[in-house]
Design a binder for this molecule. Structure first.
Ligand code: FAD
Length: 326
C-alpha cells in the first residue's frame, strides 16, 4: 500500500471545523486513487470526535485531546501533527486554508522538508495542484519535487464528506509529548453574538468607502440582517475605522465564496475582487455605473445605497412575511 494521505483536523475550543469534512472528501478521493489509507490527526478532540472522522471517510484517526491544543498554538499544534507524520510517513498533508491552517502549513513544510502550496483549488491524484496567483488573475499549475506535499485547501470548493453511520476504521490515541515552545496562548476574542462567520457564509453584504462613516454601517447591517447574511467590508472601510478588520474581504483580508455577495459602495479594485470573485452571484449597488464592481456584477444597481437599501429591506421583509403567511 502507498504512503497515506494525512488530514489535519483542528478542534479548537471543542468544536470541529466544518472545513474538516471538506478535507476528508478531498483526502478520500486522493487516497482511493493512490490505493493508500486516509489518516486524520485530530488535535483537540477525543475518541468520540475521532469516530465521526472515521464515519466521514478516515481509515485511521490519531487523536489527542490534550488541553494545550484547545486554543491555537502553532508550535504545539505543529508538534502534534509532526508526531503523527513521523508515525505515518504521509505522501500529502491537507490543512484548511484559514489562519490556523496556513500558519501550521509553513511550519510543517519546513520540518518535513516538503513542498508547500497554499489555497489550492484543484488536486490531481498524480500530485499536481492548481492554485490562484496574482490576485486570482492566473491559475498556476504546481508540481512538486519534494516527496511530501503540504497543501492548504480553499474552503467551500469541495463537497463536505457525508457521515456514514457505522463505518469502521481505527481510532488510536496519539500520546502527545510536546517539546519546549516559545509561544503562549493569552486570550481568545469571540465574534459578537449573532454574527455570521464570513468564511462559511452563503450570503454576504459588504460595505466600502461609499458607506461614508461608522454609524452609517447600520444600513449595511440592516440589509445583512434582512437577508440572513454576514457583514463584509472593503479595506478602505476597515482602514477608516468604521468596522473591525475581521470583516475585511480581499487580498489582505478574507477569501469568501458565498452564493450571494452584495457590494455596496465598493468600487471593485483588484485587491477586493481577489477575495470575492468566486461568489456565485454578485449584486453591486454603486453611484458609478462604470466602476469595476458594476462591470463584474451579475446584477448592477446604479444609485445611492442610502436610497436603495431601505427599499430592498422593505421588499425582503414583505416577501418573508408573505412566505410565512402562505
Ligand atoms: C497590497 C494591497 C492589499 C490590499 N488589500 C485589500 C483587501 O484585502 N481588500 C480591499 O477591499 N482592498 C484592499 N486593498 C485596497 C484596494 O486597492 C482599494 O483601495 C480598496 O478596495 C477600495 O475600497 P472601496 O472600493 O471601498 O473604496 P473606493 O475605491 O473609494 O470606492 C468607493 C465606491 O463607493 C461608491 N459610492 C460612493 N458613495 C456611494 C453611495 N452613496 N451609494 C453607492 N455607492 C457609492 C463610489 O462610486 C465608489 O465606487 C489593498 C491594496 C493594496 C495595495
Amino acid at each position: 500500500m502507498s504512503q497515506p494521505i494525512l488530514v489535519v483536523a483542528l478542534n479548537l475550543r471543542g468544536r470541529a471545523s466544518p472545513q474538516t469534512w471538506e478535507l476528508l472528501s478531498v483526502g478520500r478521493r486522493l487516497a482511493d486513487a493512490s490505493k493508500s489509507p486516509l489518516v486524520a490527526v485530530l488535535a483537540g478532540g477525543g475518541p468520540e470526535a475521532a469516530r465521526e472522522l472515521v464515519e466521514r471517510g478516515a481509515d485511521r484517526v490519531l487523536w489527542t485531546d490534550d488541553d494545550r491544543l484547545q486554543e491555537l498554538n502553532e508550535e504545539l499544534h505543529a508538534q502534534a501533527v509532526l508526531q503523527a507524520a513521523a508515525k505515518e510517513n504521509p505522501a500529502a498533508v491537507l490543512l484548511p486554508s484559514n489562519v490556523a491552517g496556513r500558519s501550521l502549513a509553513c511550519r510543517l513544510a519546513v520540518k518535513l522538508g516538503a513542498g508547500l502550496a497554499m489555497d489550492v483549488s484543484e488536486i490531481e491524484a498524480a500530485g499536481q495542484v492548481k492554485r490562484g496567483a496574482y490576485s486570482g488573475n492566473l491559475v498556476a499549475d504546481v508540481e512538486f519535487q519534494a516527496p511530501v506535499r503540504v497543501l492548504t485547501v480553499t474552503a467551500m470548493l469541495f463537497a463536505p464528506a457525508a457521515r456514514q453511520a457505522g463505518r469502521s476504521g481505527e481510532v488510536q490515541e496519539l500520546k502527545f509529548a510536546p517539546g519546549p515552545t516559545r509561544t503562549e496562548f493569552k486570550s481568545f476574542q469571540a465574534e459578537e453574538a449573532g454574527e455570521i462567520d464570513l468564511g462559511s457564509a452563503e450570503r454576504i453584504v459588504s460595505g466600502g468607502r461609499g458607506v461614508g462613516g461608522k454609524d452609517k454601517f447600520s444600513a449595511i447591517r440592516e440589509l445583512a440582517h434582512a437577508l440572513g447574511a454576514a457583514v463584509g467590508a472593503s479595506r478602505a472601510a476597515v482602514d477608516s475605522g468604521w468596522i473591525p478588520y475581521r470583516h475585511q474581504v480581499g487580498l489582505t483580508g478574507r477569501t469568501v465564496r458565498p452564493k450571494l455577495y452584495v457590494a455596496c459602495g465598493i468600487s471593485g479594485q483588484i485587491q477586493h475582487l481577489a477575495g470575492m470573485s468566486g461568489a456565485n452571484a454578485i449584486v453591486a449597488i454603486n453611484t458609478d455605473p462604470e466602476c469595476p464592481m458594476m462591470q463584474q456584477a451579475t446584477v448592477a444597481v446604479a444609485g445611492d445605497m442610502f436610497e436603495l437599501i431601505p427599499l430592498i429591506v422593505a421588499e425582503v421583509k414583505k416577501r418573508k412575511g408573505a412566505a410565512v403567511a402562505a
